[in-house]
Design a protein around this ligand. Structure first.
Ligand SMILES: Nc1ncnc2c1ncn2[C@@H]1O[C@H](COP(=O)(O)OP(=O)(O)OP(=O)(O)O)[C@@H](O)[C@H]1O
Ligand SMILES: [Mg+2]
Length: 273
């Protein structure tokens, strides 16, 4: 559901460069993401998708380029400004990252408990509301080990949105889930997007999910943007990797995390330059 003419950029990344030692992972990545948009980030394993999300979250420092979030230059903002921005973002990590020693309710309440302006009772109440929304109203007292993989993902999604972020990042929300749960996760993300009015950036290898939820697809390759457009626009480019991604003779619901491997796309390493 894009916002037509009333585009309000929430993320403006320009020429972003990230290196790990000599390994240049992002090599001048530029992309703009607007309020209310669902942008699916695709690309081979190791192409830098998670790294880009981490840079947007302020978890790692680019060596070059600019990132403006909510109009603020992230790399030049002071600590308190960065903390303010961080509070307006939510993240569903690639591996869920629920804390094993906390119940589902405590896990979901965590982003609110870290704030001084929300009481612990309010945080727990809001956590229960979000858990009910993701179909886990009955499991608020369960520990992560007592939840199935799909339930853990849904709990992690509840945690990512409990503070009503304006920007929600989801790193492979459907990996390892059965087809019905993938559809349910997609619907949940869209509902939460509508509910909160956030922009969603979703990293996924799941073709069906992309077709269901994406307003725009951004394809990363060799640390830069290889394609950026609607599903139809990027499919029309005739790019072999994108053609492979969308090819219909694969079982898309089954691909999950292993799809990149199925396409022979791993690892996409750029060595020593
Ligand atoms: N903290 C780190 N230290 C060193 N290298 C890293 C670090 N994080 C990522 N990399 C390297 O950066 C490259 C991109 O990694 P990234 O996790 O962003 O890939 P990805 O596109 O998310 O892949 P996948 O689809 O497998 O999750 C990889 O070669 C990886 O080894
Ligand atoms: Mg990743």
């Amino acid at each position: 559901m894009s916002q037509g003419n009333e585009r309000e950029p929430l993320i403006e990344a320009e020429d972003v460069q990230v290196s790990f030692g000599d390994h240049k992972v992002l090599r001048g990545l530029s992309v703009t993401i607007n309020r209310g948009e669902v942008v699916c980030l695709i690309g081979g394993s190791g192409s830098g998708k998670s790294t880009f999300l981490r840079a947007l979250l302020g978890l790692l420092e680019p060596v070059g380029g600019t990132i403006r979030i909510f109009g603020v230059d992230l790399l030049r903002a002071d600590e308190s400004r960065r903390a303010e921005i961080a509070q307006r973002m939510g993240m569903l990590f690639q591996h869920g990252a629920l804390l094993g020693g906390l119940t589902a309710e405590e896990n979901v309440a965590l982003p609110l408990l870290l704030r001084t302006d929300v009481s612990s009772e309010m945080a727990r109440n809001l956590a229960r509301v979000r858990l009910a929304q993701v179909g886990l109203g009955h499991a608020v007292c369960n520990y992560p080990r007592e939840l199935s993989g799909g339930m853990q993902k849904r709990a992690a999604l509840a945690r990512a949105v409990v503070h009503e972020p304006s920007l929600l990042f989801c790193d492979e929300p459907s990996s390892g889930l059965d087809p019905a749960t993938v559809v349910a996760m997609d619907e949940l993300m869209l509902r939460l997007r509508d509910d909160i009015g956030a922009a969603l950036v979703v990293v996924t290898h799941n073709t069906s999910s992309v077709c269901r939820i994406a307003d725009r697809v951004v394809c990363l390759r060799e640390g830069t943007v290889a394609a950026d457009g609607t599903v139809d626009e990027v499919r029309a480019l005739g790019d072999p990797w994108i053609d492979g991604f969308f090819s219909e003779d694969r079982a898309p619901e089954q691909r999950g995390e292993t799809m990149a491997e199925a396409l022979g796309l791993v690892p996409m390493q750029v060595e020593g330059d």
